[in-house]
Design a protein. Sequence first.
Length: 319
Amino acid sequence: MTSQLAEITSGAVLDQVGARSAQQSLRMLVITAGVGTSILFIVAGLAVDLQIFGDGSIFAYSVAAQDAWAFHWHNISGRLFGYLYSFIPAETYVALTKDPKGGIAIYGLLRFSAQLLGLIVTLSVDRTKGRTIFVYACLSTACICPLAFGAPTEMLLTHALFWPALAICHSAPASARGAVASVVGLLLLVLTHEGAVILSAVILFAAFPRNGRGTAFIWVVAAWFAAMTIWLIVKLAIRPDDYIAGVLAAAAYKFIDIRNLVQPIVLLLLATLAGYGIAAALLRRLSPARAHVYAAVGCATWPRATAAAGRAAPAPAVL
């Protein structure tokens, strides 16, 4: 009996050690992927001058002309951090050296290095057990950021600042000093993009379970209101041109339009997914051993049927 108990105990210990080892390996893999991806952004971006790709060309030209604020940024004051972070240093370099190409390179360097800098700051301020927020920041950097890499979108800056702001609000002490740190983190976040305002509210929800009944959460809420007040003052004080104001207002209300969900192409996509689900449920009951045969037949015939239906569907209306 004693020997059996010892075997059971040793087996349980080995299982725990193995699980802990696998967890550590996965953690290191995620961190390596996140840091490696953020470094690859810098190398690849500068190697091919991605900062002048697509819409980035006008921003790069504004750096060379040393007038990025007049070009566009006065129209999007809610994204003030991007201007202060990447354009002011680049324009200052051009003014001092008369080297527009070098200034554009600095602009690209600052943009492409934002994810790495965000990870470094997150690691330094994260006080959670096992640096959990930092690990999730690495996972997000490796999985999400490559989908938008190369596009001159301020949402990449939003991503870079979201995780440090989350770590600060989650780890800051319940004091005025902690509140100031939270205000700074949240303010920089919401001044990257309008969508960051939603993410700042997500940070509040994330902070609530830890200390929703304590003073720490009250400090975080106060910091959020202070940051949003400053954001609102910036938006009201620096108004866009009349033409751009109309464009921005239209985009705000029509960028996500629920009427798009009833367009023929969307209905076709939903019908296709439903058909796949129904077919999978029926064939699983029929003969699971022949799943590979059914999959081959489905891949050969189903896309043709849906393509034919798509050609027959009327074109979506232009809103």
